[in-house]
Design a protein around this ligand. Structure first.
Ligand SMILES: [Zn+2]
Length: 95
């Protein structure tokens, strides 16, 4: 991930437009050091991030929901039986 955001003037690396750009800078030598992008392209990147979020949530949610539904059905309290359908648990005296 980038570590700093600067503002400058230059060519957007995505669309080539010359003008104000945000400079996303990374200090890690293993990654591309700087990305310069115009406002329009950064807003488009936000939409890409939203799409990734939708995909991440879609991958994460279904198993969880199914499990929760199954658990709530299985562990939900059973209704009380009607009194006429039950017998006493107290042993009856044999007379
Ligand atoms: Zn651009």
């Amino acid at each position: 991930m980038f570590e700093r955001i600067g503002i400058g003037t230059g060519h957007c690396q995505f669309c080539g437009t010359y003008g104000p750009v945000a400079v996303l800078a990374a200090d890690d030598p293993g990654v591309r050091p700087e990305v310069e992008s115009c406002e329009r392209c950064i807003r488009a990147a936000q939409k890409a991030a939203d799409l990734l979020k939708v995909l991440r949530q879609a991958k994460a949610q279904p198993p969880k929901k199914i499990r929760n539904r199954a658990q709530s059905r299985a562990s939900g309290p059973l209704p009380h039986p009607r009194p006429q359908d039950t017998t006493s648990l107290v042993p009856q005296e044999i007379s």
